[in-house]
Design a protein around this ligand. Structure first.
Ligand SMILES: [Zn+2]
Length: 456
């Protein structure tokens, strides 16, 4: 009798486990949502994703309560098209904002997920730190407050200012349902960091200073934005400098310091929510808009190509009362909006091109940059350039750093079909959802900001 009871209990336990693991999707109706985008945060420099430096101690600490998407890709390798994809769940060749031109604004036919949250009774706010997040592009739709002060005031372009705004706003809205979008940008080149993070991985001090990117120096000299014309150094400049190996290692050391700094900022966010008793009713999503190249394909920066160092980004989801797990299925920036809506049990609009990650398995993932399109499926990758008609083919499981371009395309037929059908669908959907340029508004609101920051 006793052994029967034990067998029965074991069977019951197994059946409960099978039930939950097969049918229960994470779910958080009426929860708050905080979406955090860390500019230029590539997963290849995160310890949580296997990088050898201990850049993410906090994210490691909370890994057992996080859904960690191990293979997540941005839809592009630079800020504007990638973020618009996150907001609209449309690919760059459909929304066209930043696809080939950085002066396009979003079509009024395209719906952003913050608009949908607003319609569903959410209080909504955002705080952003770089010009490609300007409200000109259409990001501000659906927000009660869209804080872009940092775009005209560089002293506010840091995580401390972002959190000053965020924590105050949460305090004022914590008794209602809310959505908050936070955009941090310390990992973006110029690496404006507190000194202890700047020097954390011991860049060769002299060379680091000679790169001209020291915030320590900037603070010491109290340099204003007007002085930056002689000082600023973008990733493009790093290319032109023809960096030595030592300088490149310094740049990587400082970048890694910035990743560690962001990890510290995320800890502050988490602890704030804990103190306010909000963790058990708030979904937190952490992602990046693209990574950063450090010479892997002989270039430094981003928005240069579609190799994995530029498009592999973190995607970490914390859901109240869920244990979390490592998820190996591929994911895309266009999936973030439908995933959020499904977690909240809000209907997903048919125009969304992404899919809710907790209920559907993706077959392939697509990224785009100007005339280039990449597709990854089953560890195979294609990068096709429509202007030159050139095609690069890689076996990612054998060659994860994309160094050996395969000349024989016979095993890539399926991907070639995927890419052709994707491009043909895009050309149709852009007729409805494609953006347009509002030249005078762009010239007045965004152009001066891009010039000030040395983007153009
Ligand atoms: Zn960016």
């Amino acid at each position: 009798m006793k052994s029967f009871l034990i067998v029965f209990l074991i069977l019951l336990t197994i059946s409960i486990f099978v039930f939950f693991s097969s049918s229960s999707k994470p779910f958080c109706k009426d929860c708050n949502v905080i979406l955090i985008s860390v500019d230029t945060l590539g997963s290849n420099h995160m310890n949580l994703y296997g990088y050898n430096r201990a850049t993410t101690p906090f994210l490691n600490e909370i890994s057992n309560q996080s859904f960690i998407f191990k293979h997540s890709y941005s839809t592009s390798s630079y800020t504007l098209p990638s973020h618009i994809s996150i907001f609209t769940s449309l690919y760059p060749s459909t929304h066209l904002v930043g696809k080939d031109n950085f002066d396009f604004t979003l079509s009024s036919n395209a719906v952003t997920f913050p608009q949908i949250l607003k319609q569903n009774g959410y209080q909504t706010a955002a705080v952003v730190t770089l010009p490609y997040l300007s409200s000109y592009y259409g990001y501000n739709r659906g927000f009660d407050v869209y804080n872009e002060d940092a775009l005209s005031n560089i002293s506010k372009r840091n995580s401390e200012s972002v959190n000053q705004f965020a924590f105050k706003w949460i305090d004022q809205n914590k008794d209602k349902r809310f959505f908050l979008f936070l955009h941090y940008s310390e990992p973006h080149s110029r690496w404006l960091l507190p000194a202890d993070y700047y020097y954390l991985y011991k860049p060769n001090n002299t060379n680091a200073e000679s790169l001209g990117i020291s915030t320590v120096l900037l603070n010491k000299l109290n340099i204003s934005i007007n002085d930056l014309t002689n000082w600023n150094l973008s990733s493009d400049d790093l290319n032109e400098l023809n960096l030595s190996q030592t300088q490149l290692q310094d740049a990587i050391a400082i970048y890694d310091g910035s990743v560690n700094f962001i990890d510290f900022v995320l800890r502050q966010d988490y602890e704030f929510l804990q103190r306010k008793h909000l963790l058990d009713k708030t979904v937190i999503i952490i992602t990046g808009d693209h990574g950063e190249a450090f010479g892997e394909h002989y270039r430094v920066g981003h928005g240069l190509d579609l190799y994995n160092e530029e498009i592999r980004v973190p995607l970490i989801v914390l859901i109240p009362n869920s244990r979390g797990q490592v998820i190996n299925q591929i994911a895309s920036g266009v999936d973030i909006a439908p995933t959020i809506l499904q977690l909240l049990n809000i209907q997903i609009p048919s125009q969304f091109q992404g899919q809710p990650l907790f209920s559907q398995q993706r077959d392939f993932v697509i990224s785009e940059l100007n005339s280039k399109t990449s597709v990854i499926q089953n560890s195979k990758k294609i990068i096709k350039d429509s202007t030159t008609s050139s095609t690069e083919l890689y076996y990612l499981n054998l060659d994860p750093f994309e160094l050996k371009n395969i000349s024989d395309s016979s095993n890539f037929e399926k991907l070639l079909v995927v890419i052709d059908s994707f491009l043909s669908n895009s050309s149709k959907s852009r007729l409805i959802y494609g953006g347009f340029v509002n030249q005078s508004k762009f010239n007045n609101s965004v152009l001066p900001r891009l010039r000030e920051l040395g983007y153009i």
